[in-house]
Design a binder for this molecule. Structure first.
Ligand code: FMN
Length: 194
């Protein structure tokens, strides 16, 4: 199995990173997994320039030569893509949205890049997450990936500091159990391949 984890938070070891780690631990209980972690905050990924060269060029290659190509290179063979991001001002972080916009270059080939992949949105938030879930649900019909989500509200009503998810064993267990169930689904579908 191959898993890609896109880390959208600038906070290493924060809530979304921690849940992604537990998800991956869960998936690893089901078989061998090659994991590609992309710390988007540390990568040089320029915003999409809307040049449409991915749409018009023969190989649909993105014209911008930067770290996004590390993600492009492994995306087609991934079985599961984890989108781990906090909510910032009503949506996924800018780091995640920038990478997402650049996936326009992969949108040209649904069968190769999206069809039947497991997409897992790990969203951490204080007040709301619906806009980001809404995005995944809206595009799912077209790209035909399988979608699951894991949500964690870090809000502390009694003080300025959020609750770190490591204090919530139930949520960590939910993350690893989601990883385990998705691992089983992938292993089963791979073993059914001719
Ligand atoms: C700049 C900034 C903007 C935020 N905006 C929102 C928001 O619009 N909605 C929300 O529910 N939480 C918002 N939050 C709270 C984070 O989503 C929340 O603290 C989350 O658990 C952080 O996840 P992390 O530990 O993975 O970075 C914001 C936090 C920051 C720092």
């Amino acid at each position: 199995m191959r898993a890609i984890v896109l880390h959208g938070s600038p906070r290493r070891g924060g809530n979304s990173d921690t849940l992604a780690e537990h998800f991956i631990q869960g998936i690893k209980t089901t078989g061998d997994v090659e994991v590609f972690d992309f710390i988007l905050n540390d990568m040089k990924i320029r915003p999409c320039q809307g040049c449409e060269s991915c749409a018009t060029s023969e190989n649909h290659r993105c014209a911008i030569d930067d770290d996004m190509h590390q993600i492009y290179d492994v995306f087609a063979d991934a079985d599961v893509i984890v989108w781990a991001t906090p909510m910032y001002w009503g949506y996924m972080t800018a780091q995640m949205k920038t990478a997402l916009d650049r996936m326009e270059a992969l949108a040209m080939n649904v069968k190769k890049y999206w069809l039947d992949k497991e997409f897992v949105a790990i969203l951490t938030y204080r007040h709301h997450y619906q806009s980001t879930i809404g995005f995944f649900e809206r595009v799912q019909d077209y790209f035909r990936f399988k979608f699951s989500s894991l949500l964690y509200c870090s809000k502390n009503e009694n003080g300025p500091e959020d609750f770190h998810v490591s204090t919530c064993q139930e949520k960590l267990d939910e993350a690893s159990s989601l990883g385990r169930s998705i691992g089983v689904k992938i292993i089963t579908s791979l073993s059914l391949l001719p």
